[in-house]
Design a protein around this ligand. Structure first.
Ligand code: ASP
Length: 436
């Protein structure tokens, strides 16, 4: 019998999770679900996060040290950053086009606005405070933050991915530059380490359908009741329309034009990562899955994926930048503020930077939105308007972020001629680990 593919298993897990959550909410099993089901979702996310740092270290060292010389690295780096920036700017512009045409803010009446503003004021204030801590820094602070003072400190915190990436690239450049007889044992060690980490991801992915079941069930029982949902319907639809265009049309088309990959193969390759992104709302937690899918199932050489994807998960968030563009203008429309062309251009620039600065974790895009609002002079308290509906939109924008990273990995892979047929490492059923 043919084995069911992973994305179907995950989808079934998600569907059953939603169903279970809905039944639990209606039949009084809410607490039971929170106590006995939700922890398995948390364990699944933790397992993915647990593997993220070792994976970045092992695969980036392997990927870069396999390069022949430093010029190859700078070529790959230049292309990666260039394409990432381009797609992010395009995404905000798409968002602005949609929100200016649909005008979702125009349909919110005075009464609903007041209800939303007062209902979510506290939550909004908490996010505004978080954003203020970030924005009080000098202009060069992001650059300073890139270089860790202590590597173990950076490794100890999943929020410091860029610092880890910086150290690892630096270390790998060192490997390229020393004599082969010295670098060989170091490289061999990390090659083996990398294989082990990839196998651990395979093992974690076996549990993915159960993990997403638990995540979705918990999400449904804990969801706020959305009686104000109607008012936000047009706003939510605008964001979903933009994200849908990027995910279903723009990326697969771009990938097709550059690499020739068919629409269906693109989705067969990336869909398990998209489903994990949807369930976890975190590109960082999804990174191990994205890397496995793009290298093994879409055929991009590990040299490329190990470089492009960890950087992408941290800095390339097209879904987030599109959402920030739409949300900023929506809030302005609701308050009756007219935005000039210059204001909208300022949104393009700040949303691009804010999405780069956003951490790859749930709700990070909303925190950074405060900075966009502040720059253009839109009241930050307006965040309360969109709070109620943010989580589902976060789930979809995370799919978009992950799909964007995968697309850029395909493009960079193709441009460097480092793309081949998929090479799934299947389980070798006859393989016995050696007995000692
Ligand atoms: N949750 C998103 C991500 O991890 C970031 C965001 O909040 O937009 O990609």
């Amino acid at each position: 019998m043919k084995k069911m593919s992973l994305h179907w298993k995950i989808l079934i897990g998600m569907g059953l999770g939603v169903l279970f959550g809905a039944l639990a909410a209606n039949f009084g099993f809410k607490q039971l679900t929170v106590d006995w089901i939700k922890p398995f979702g948390t364990i699944f996310i933790n397992a993915l996060k647990l593997i993220a740092v070792p994976l970045i270290v092992a695969s980036l060292i392997k990927g870069i040290s396999d390069l022949k010389d430093i010029s190859q690295l700078s070529r790959m780096g230049g292309r990666t950053i260039g394409v990432y920036l381009l797609t992010t700017v395009l995404a905000v512009m798409l968002g602005l086009a949609i929100v200016n045409i649909v005008k979702p803010g125009a349909s919110v009446n005075e009464e609903t606005r007041e209800a939303l503003l007062s209902g979510y004021a506290d939550d909004a204030t908490a996010k505004i405070e978080m954003a203020q801590q970030q924005s009080q820094q000098g202009p060069l602070q992001p650059l300073v933050d890139l270089v860790p003072g202590n590597i173990f400190h950076a490794l100890a915190d999943n929020g410091n991915m860029l610092q880890v990436i910086f150290f690892v690239i630096f270390f790998a450049i060192g490997i390229i530059l020393v004599k082969p007889e010295k670098s060989k044992p170091v490289k061999r060690f990390f090659d083996g380490f990398n294989e082990v980490v990839l196998k651990m991801i395979d093992l974690i992915m076996i549990t993915a359908p159960y993990g997403v079941f638990a995540l979705m069930a918990a999400l449904v029982v804990e969801a706020p009741t959305l009686d104000l949902f109607q008012a936000l319907l047009w706003y939510a639809l605008s964001v979903l329309l933009g994200l849908g265009i990027l995910i279903l049309v723009f990326y697969p088309l771009l990938a097709r034009l550059v690499t020739g990959i068919k629409w269906i193969d693109f989705f067969k390759g990336i869909s398990p990562a998209q489903l994990v992104a949807f369930s976890t709302s975190s590109s960082a937690a999804t990174l191990p899955v994205t890397m496995e899918r793009v290298s093994e199932h879409m055929g991009v050489d590990e040299e490329v994926t190990s470089f492009v994807l960890p950087i992408g998960a941290t800095v390339n968030m097209d879904g987030t930048s599109l959402y920030q563009g739409i949300a900023a203008v929506f809030i302005a429309q609701t308050f009756g503020i007219d935005l000039t062309i210059m204001d909208q251009l300022a949104i393009v620039v700040t949303a691009t930077l804010a999405s780069i600065g956003a951490a790859a974790v749930p709700s990070a895009g909303m925190i950074m939105l405060v900075i966009v609002l502040g720059t253009v002079g839109i009241p930050e308290a307006g965040l309360a308007l969109i709070f109620a509906i943010d989580r589902p939109l976060d789930m979809v924008r995370t799919i978009c972020n992950v799909t964007g990273d995968a697309t850029v990995a395909l493009i960079v892979g193709k441009s460097l001629n480092k793309i081949g047929p998929p090479h799934v490492k299947e389980w070798d059923d006859n393989y016995e680990p050696p007995q000692t």
